[in-house]
Design a protein around this ligand. Structure first.
Ligand SMILES: Cc1cc2nc3c(=O)[nH]c(=O)nc-3n(C[C@H](O)[C@H](O)[C@H](O)COP(=O)(O)OP(=O)(O)OC[C@H]3O[C@@H](n4cnc5c(N)ncnc54)[C@H](O)[C@@H]3O)c2cc1C
Length: 442
């Protein structure tokens, strides 16, 4: 249950919350967090989708396509969409910012859903309400698609100052926005020495992204004739997925520029002294892209829908049915995209293609529920291209289909990987991205 104090705190006005007894301060706080309804209660079936990324945008559009009578509201905190897919290519100036940025109003107007540019700051599942600083919105069904959050506490425990330094000086750029701009400026201004990229342990957004990013940063260093190396610190024993494709690119295209370090589990990160201690040795860096461990986005925690391990501790990821994406604890809530649990027989990678594909499944499931029809969820799929050379542009790819083995009650992946890099796959990368943006935005 959310309280006024929780809401004020989560709206980022904790200082005001301290002064709740003082009338003028309370008045100011209430201007930030309105406790009244922002919209009238739903007349028919209202689905509120929180998070307008790859998953949420797809649910909103496809719900309206399934049934135009469903009232669909998409709440997103950013004013415009910035794509993580293809952002590595953008780092190396292979595409413009325009290619990966999109406008939220166009698809909302075209498909007839309502776009609200607000942050969700509270969720009350009992009352079926979602809170924004401008008041609450009631729902019949709720879709949570907030993506990931960084877990700096895994590195720094309670030391918020060290976490702040790591986040601001060496941004991860795994959540779209200004961190990407900072990273691009860094690599363009890099003069010499070792530039470290950390691969997070456990489940994280886009498993091949750190390796693709290493290639694209190495491409910039090569182009700028910088005396620098890109050091990839990986807790895994080997690169995955597309291991052979990345390895040959590291050894053939970027020999002497990229150094891959396997079995490098991080023991300590010191963003002040610029040292990372790992099980594969200690590394000093001139600059870095420190990508921390990750968890499901804040909204899933707020809704109390995080899966627990057998000991009862939070796993960090959402607890959903792997076929319908319905929250196990609440039949009126659906969890989509990167938030979903990698355990519990759900081998889905955290990718944009996968989030988009799940979004279509969830739209069908909710529309069937509303129509009182039997639910026959389809299986999502995944396709992921990675650019591994900039001159000429060459890429590799993995595509995966999934099958539900009813007897074993398991989801079985069938992957197909092309590790031989080619210009044809580089062209296909951009065709894929164009088709995905078109699917979500026009
Ligand atoms: C460098 C990089 C490269 C990648 N390359 C690829 C690729 O080539 N192919 C591929 O398929 N995937 C790729 N990915 C992965 C892809 O970006 C993610 O898997 C995808 O974005 C997940 O979609 P999502 O909807 O779960 O989350 P997101 O797309 O992150 O969307 C979540 C949205 O929720 C919003 N939100 C969060 N909290 C709130 C709140 N409180 N109130 C309102 N809104 C909120 C966020 O602002 C965000 O817009 C890449 C990722 C990275 C980092």
């Amino acid at each position: 249950m959310v309280t006024r104090r929780d809401l004020i705190k989560s709206a980022g006005v904790g200082a005001l919350a301290i002064g709740l007894s003082s009338k003028p301060v309370l008045a100011a706080a209430e201007r930030v967090v309105k406790m009244e309804a922002m919209l009238p209660p739903p007349k028919g079936n209202r689905v509120v989708v929180c998070g307008g990324g790859w998953g949420g945008l797809t649910v909103a559009k496809y719900l309206k396509k399934e049934d135009p009578n469903i009232e669909v509201i998409l709440i997103e905190k950013r004013p415009n969409f910035f794509s993580c897919p293809i952002s590595n290519e953008w780092l190396a100036d292979m595409v413009s910012l325009d290619f990966i940025s999109h406008d939220y109003n166009q698809p909302a107007a075209k498909y007839g859903y309502r776009f609200i540019n607000q942050a969700v700051i509270g969720i009350d599942r009992e009352k079926k309400r979602v809170y924004t600083p401008n008041g609450y919105i009631e729902y019949n069904y709720l879709v949570l698609a907030p993506g990931i959050r960084y877990n700096y506490a895994a590195w720094f425990k309670d030391d918020k100052e060290l976490a702040r330094i790591a986040k601001t000086k060496y941004p991860a750029a795994f959540i779209p926005g200004s961190e990407h701009l900072a990273l691009k400026r860094k690599i363009n201004e890099f003069e010499e020495g070792d530039f470290i990229i950390t691969v997070p342990p456990g489940a994280y957004r886009c498993p091949p992204a750190p390796y693709e990013r290493a290639c694209m940063i190495a491409e910039v260093f090569k182009r700028n004739k910088v005396k620098g190396r890109v050091i990839v610190l990986d807790p895994k024993g080997d690169i995955a997925p597309k291991g052979p494709g990345f390895r040959t690119a590291f050894e053939q295209v970027y020999l002497g520029i990229i150094e891959y370090v396997p079995n490098a589990t991080i023991k300590e990160v010191d963003p002040v002294k610029k040292v990372i201690k790992t099980t594969a040795g200690d590394f000093k860096f001139a600059d870095a892209n420190l990508v921390p461990p990750q968890q499901a986005g804040e909204l899933v925690w707020m809704a109390d829908l995080i899966a627990k391990n057998p000991e009862g501790a939070p796993t960090g990821w959402a607890d959903q049915d792997p076929l319908t994406f319905q929250a196990k604890a609440d039949p009126n809530v659906f969890l989509v995209g990167d938030v979903i649990s990698p355990a519990l027989g759900t081998p889905y990678p955290k990718s944009g293609h996968m989030a988009n594909s799940q979004g279509k499944v969830v739209a069908k499931v909710i529309a069937s529920r509303i129509a009182g029809k039997p639910i026959k969820p389809g299986m999502p799929e995944n396709v992921c291209y990675s650019m591994v050379n900039g001159t000429p542009q060459e890429a590799i790819v993995i595509s995966v289909t999934y099958r539900h083995d009813e007897k074993e009650n398991k989801i079985l992946p069938s992957p197909r990987t092309i590790n031989e890099r080619s210009q044809a796959l580089a062209k296909a990368t951009y065709e894929w991205a164009r088709a995905m943006y078109k699917d979500m935005f026009s």
